[in-house]
Design a protein around this ligand. Structure first.
Ligand code: MSP
Length: 533
């Protein structure tokens, strides 16, 4: 096969499958925005991407919420799922698969997987005693509860005492294999600080965990003992496998796994790291399936420096936010302002200030003033220069030349903040360059060649910046590209999915000389705080 016709490399990534006890909150939006930016970046590079998201619909928490709303559980789930789809649409999330754990094909996958683990001898019946947090759907150690016996994550929820027969998974059998996995594949858990948390936890010695519940109908029956219901986490993690199935494929493990396993990246919040980095690889090893490639645990969001919560009355409604400020604004704030592995804060004043400073002023005004000059001094066309003709001494050329690689590395390590910072060094560099070079006075002095060199360099830097920001702010990048005279739509995932396009457009110096420039108009509106703030 000709090298240029090799099938594209594949990249499969997931968000968590979100609980449907409530409409989506800003935490789920955060994970999904970050995952979408990665998916978009990989597509831009020409990879064949499978971006999986979905919902986790079984278990006591959902059953109780449905009861409280006087709805049949499935009806309740369907209603909330529609809200997720709506939010992802508003935020321009381009997922490829939406995995619902109540789907029929998922039932078959869970059953087959359970039987593999059963036949391996890793499941046994025993008495489970302990404190259970329904909101986490997890047993807690006494020391993990507050003085009043509440869960530390869900401080308004009392942990419930359970004393019942459950089926257990022999996690303890996988102590050594997991330690070997973490040692042999140091990048399996990221960032490093989270890896250390997991290593510490595992070194304390792994305890078997229960994977069935009694007195719960809303879930799949244990195949070997239908009186029991499969524990929601055992069921939900397998949703990642089910998602791989082609829509009309026979739902077998083999069929699913052949379509993109192992998953390259599970992007999750730090609160569910143990499930993904300890329980999940052990379950897979038991079933003879290799673990995923990477689990990245991002930090938690606070609002105005305080933990967010419904009872505290200080949640951030992602629907409201995106309707008020637009999807680019929301995507940019959370990816640029917060380092993905760290906790971060939402504050509306900072939100508005950052967006105005970066996107409306630094970037927007830059394009606007440069297009204005190009219209006046270069007949509304890209100056007749090529990147290679621009002097090596041009600061923008030297900033721009390695930028594509630096930003790609940042995206590859999920360092969105760093990617944005690198790009904005160039954007701010452009503004400074124009001020220093003052092309308007060079024009008056009839130094046309110099004017053209300056404008070419700035327009090209603007183009490259827009291209590299496209995974984060696709609409803004579209507007920039359009005004530079290109017909590329960053929201068309099939059209931008090209290795050749990436090789060309991620480099500095490719803006076609003589290309007709488009009409100048604001690429990002000045945002205003609502009157009440
Ligand atoms: N259903 C499980 C996941 C099963 S995966 C097979 C679950 N769902 S969740 O809806 O509760 O979690 C949603 C995601 O939102 C998690 O990644 C969680 O870390 C994240 N967040 C929830 N609150 C958050 C913040 N305040 N800040 C950032 N992310 C947070 O867990």
């Amino acid at each position: 096969m000709n090298a240029s016709h090799q099938p594209p490399e594949t990249f499969a990534l997931t968000t968590p499958l979100y609980y449907v006890n409530d409409v989506p909150h800003i935490g789920s939006a955060y994970t999904t925005i970050a995952a979408d930016a990665i998916a978009r970046f990989k597509r831009l590079q020409g990879l064949s991407v499978l971006f999986i998201t979905g919902t986790d619909e079984h278990g006591q928490k959902i059953q109780r919420t449905a009861e409280a709303n006087q709805l049949a559980p499935q009806e309740h789930c369907d209603r909330v799922v529609a809200r997720f789809a709506e939010l992802w649409n508003l935020l321009e999330i381009q997922y490829d698969r939406f995995s619902r754990t109540t789907a029929d094909n998922h039932k078959r996958i869970v059953k087959e997987f359970f039987m593999r683990v059963w036949e391996r001898g890793d499941i046994y019946l025993a008495q489970q005693q302990g404190w259970y947090c329904v909101a986490c759907e997890e047993f807690k150690e006494k020391r993990e509860l507050t003085e009043t016996g509440n869960c530390q994550i869900h401080t308004n929820q009392k942990a419930e005492w359970r004393d019942e027969q459950n089926y257990f998974f022999k996690l303890s059998n996988y102590q050594q294999q997991l330690e070997d996995l973490y040692r042999d594949r140091p990048s399996f858990i990221q960032p490093e600080s989270r890896r250390n948390e997991v290593l510490k936890f595992v070194r304390q010695g792994l305890q078997d965990f229960s994977i069935s519940r009694i007195d719960l109908d809303w879930g799949f029956p244990v195949p070997t003992d239908p009186q029991h219901t499969i524990y929601v986490w055992f069921d939900a993690l397998l949703g990642y496998v089910t998602a791989l199935l082609e829509p009309d494929a026979e739902p077998t493990l083999e069929n699913a796994l052949s379509q993109g396993w192992p998953i390259n990246l599970h992007l999750i919040g730090k609160d569910i790291l143990r499930f993904h980095a300890v329980y999940w690889p052990a379950m897979l090893l038991s079933a003879g399936i290799s673990p995923p490639e990477k689990v990245f645990g991002h930090g938690f969001l606070t609002k105005d420096g305080r933990k967010m919560g419904k009872t505290l009355g200080n949640t951030v409604d992602p629907f409201e936010l995106v309707k008020r400020y637009g999807s680019d604004a929301v995507r940019y704030y959370f990816l640029k302002e917060i380092e993905l592995g760290q906790d971060g804060d939402y504050n509306e004043v900072r939100f508005v200030n950052i967006l105005n400073a970066d996107l409306a002023d630094s970037f927007g005004n830059l394009l606007n003033r440069t297009l204005g000059m190009a219209k006046k001094y270069c007949r509304g066309q890209v100056p007749e220069r090529s990147g290679s003709e621009i002097s090596e001494n041009c600061i923008l050329k030297s900033l721009g030349l390695g930028l594509g690689e630096r930003v790609s590395q940042a995206y590859d390590s999920l360092a969105f903040r760093q990617a944005c910072e690198e790009i904005f060094i160039l954007i701010r560099g452009c503004n400074k360059y124009i001020d220093e070079q003052a092309p308007w006075s060079l024009y008056k002095q009839k130094k046309q060649a110099e004017v053209e060199e300056i404008l070419y360099s700035v327009l090209e830097s603007v183009r490259l910046s827009a291209y590299l920001l496209a995974p984060i702010v696709p609409n803004l990048s579209n507007a920039v590209y359009q005004q530079l005279g290109f017909g590329i739509d960053f929201n068309n995932k099939n059209l931008v999915n090209s290795r050749e396009l990436f090789q060309n457009h991620s480099q500095w110096g490719i803006l076609p000389p003589g290309q007709a420039l488009g009409q100048s108009r604001p690429i990002f509106p000045q945002l205003e705080l609502p009157a009440s703030s």
